[in-house]
Design a protein around this ligand. Structure first.
Ligand code: MD6
Ligand code: FE
Length: 227
């Protein structure tokens, strides 16, 4: 399920051009899903600057589930729609409930990275209208869930991992199915869709660790076509 399908440039290419033409390290997770290792690395500085400007307008906050539990992951959004949860349910909303204002616009560096990653995975013309920003501090976790608030399940989801590493759980189509454990590191991008779109997935509690750019935090960006 986690077979290596990457292409390698020749050793010569590798030695002389790895900074301008990074090797493609792809790991197939399932028929519709792939990990693109290091895919976001070249854009990290621009991505983090864009994250900061989003957070200045729409700060991270701990939302509450319909069951009344505060999530350990802190969230914000950018784009035309943002994913929110409160006591009334999960949904996409054009307005930030904290400010009453539209979510900050999606930065070009986000949109272009997401579209390029999707295309690399075989999904052409991915045009996200929502990006959920997740912040994990030590101990934060995401329990097994399906992403099913989007209108069009033919569109993939693109997920970018930054900062401290985490163990991603990639499950089956029932919550009880035993998930694969997949480490996600700074700069890794996961694209998933097709027949894998409704798989249960989650994140194990993030361990105490230090990343040179993000300290003890992991930030995950997930791009969706919500509408
Ligand atoms: C996370 N990600 O990695 C949480 N959902 O922090 C998700 O819930 C997720 O990574 C759908 C597709 C990719 C993901
Ligand atoms: Fe998810």
């Amino acid at each position: 399920m986690h077979e290596f399908v990457g292409e390698w440039h020749s050793m010569t290419m590798d030695l002389f051009s790895r900074h301008t033409s990074p090797e493609l390290l792809q790991e197939k997770l399932g028929p519709g899903s792939v990990i693109l290792r290091d895919f976001a690395l070249a854009d990290v500085v621009a991505l983090l600057a864009a994250v900061e400007s989003i957070l200045a307008k729409a700060p991270f906050r701990h939302m509450v589930t319909p069951g009344g539990f505060e999530m350990s992951v802190a969230m914000s959004n950018c784009g035309s729609y943002g994913w929110v949860t409160d006591r009334t349910g999960y949904r996409y909303d054009a307005l930030d409930p904290l400010s009453g204002q539209p979510w900050p616009g999606m930065p070009d560096v986000f949109r272009v990275l997401a579209a390029n990653a999707a295309a690399q995975a075989g999904y052409n013309d991915f045009s996200p209208d929502a990006c959920l920003l997740n912040r994990y501090e030590s101990g934060a976790r995401m329990s097994l869930h399906q992403d099913k608030n989007e209108k069009d399940f033919s569109q993939p989801i693109v997920s970018v991992s930054l900062g401290v590493s985490a163990m991603f759980l990639f499950g089956g189509f029932k919550r009880a199915d035993k998930p694969a454990h997949v480490p996600l590191n700074h700069g890794d991008v996961v694209v998933w869709g097709g027949s894998d779109r409704m798989r249960y997935h989650g994140v194990l509690p993030v361990k105490q660790a230090h990343h040179s750019l993000l300290g003890s935090r992991r930030i995950n960006l997930t791009f969706r076509k919500a509408s």
